[in-house]
Design a protein. Sequence first.
Length: 328
Amino acid sequence: MASSRQVLNDGKGVVTTTMKALLMLSYASLQSIDDVLPFYNHLFHGNIPSVDTLKAAKKRFQSIGVADPLGSVTARQALAMERRLNPFGGERIKVYQATKHTSPFVHETVQQMVEDGVTELYAFPTSPLYSRTGTAAYHQSVRKALEASGANIPVVEINHWHSYPGIAEAISLRLRTALQWLSIESRSEATVLFTAHSQPGVSEVNNEFIQAFTELAEAVATRADCGKWLLAYRSAGPAPQKWLRPDVLAMIEKVAEDGGKAVVVCDLLSLTENVEAIFDCRIHCRMKAEECGLEFVSTEFLNDSADYIDTLVELIHERMEQSKERKN
């Protein structure tokens, strides 16, 4: 891979070397089925999962018939983005990856960036909706890792990118495709359920997440010319912990009770395919819809599709230019 260093002369005889880096932050990246144990061990804060829990987890990963897509697709996204980012402005930009629950962990990647001589860092959580447990936690991990390393690397945190127009356009294209897939008899009586992984706590402490979720749903629905849509959440944890509601499975039941004929599930948080979202949005929602006598379809994940990657590159380049303007 080409060097990301650039030598600059300030006009006064002082030569500096710069190296810009984009850090993609995601949930996990399992490379082998053997990674399930350390993944769950970290997920459970160092507690070794029970034999039954581990067996069920392995079965779930193996049931989709491919390697963990969150790991493989995110790696391709990083490669594609690095290839597309570098032509902009002639500056070389290196893309790194770090994950929350598997290696490479944030502190590992930050150490690598320090050793590589990174001088400017752009931190990019790969979920579009800002949350306390997701986006904010990722950025906090980066700040702590940099502090621990002793490196003085300025960081630009890329947040609130759900509002970038190309994101809603890419999702709406998949939503239009899903709606068109429904039978003509059911299409006019279909309800779109925009969903996202639920967040712990009551609504008042998740206002920023709910606002972003609502804004993105409205933008996607408008572009897809979608008349009937609702918000719902998935993957809520067990009681007594409070989680955001309503649950997507309960909303499927409500659509049936209200006389609907079909549901389309469109997730707005997991834009990259992953095992949890596959089961929540496709398998469990499909089973519930069939139980309720509803026609069902879900939207495709954006993954490493050309329109999505091009949009992310435009977004990141725009944020980099804004950062440069603020400095000047």
